[in-house]
Design a protein around this ligand. Structure first.
Ligand code: SF4
Ligand code: SF4
Length: 102
């Protein structure tokens, strides 16, 4: 796996410039579904199992402002996920922005 736009990643995330970092998200909601792993170690998104707080019609979080308090399974998507999380779909804004396939 190769990477790109690492300057933007550092500027946006490590300096906590949240607006720019958050704007990379396309709001598809794909990361708000349960992740499972096959016996072969392949991690995939189970689109039959959305988070309780995801509006699956709009793909919007219904508790966005308080999501980390309300949902114990919710965590901020950070630089590590953007670069390495195997379960993010290829059309995720962070994958498209920061990963470059060989
Ligand atoms: S999968 Fe990526 S683009 Fe889609 S909602 Fe999650 S972070 Fe945003
Ligand atoms: S609580 Fe977190 S995982 Fe659940 S819908 Fe909201 S942002 Fe997604």
């Amino acid at each position: 796996m190769k990477y790109k736009n690492l300057g933007l990643l550092i500027k946006s995330f490590l300096t906590c410039y949240r607006g720019e970092w958050d704007s990379i998200c396309k709001g598809c909601g794909a990361c708000c579904y349960q992740k499972n792993e096959t016996d072969e170690g392949v991690i995939y998104i189970d689109f039959n199992s959305p988070c309780t707080y995801l509006d699956t019609y709009t793909n919007q979080c219904t508790v966005y402002e308080n999501r980390f308090k309300i949902c114990k399974d919710c965590s901020r998507l950070g630089a590590r996920h953007a670069l390495f999380a195997r379960w993010l779909p290829p059309d995720c804004g962070y994958v498209e922005t920061f990963r470059k396939e060989p």
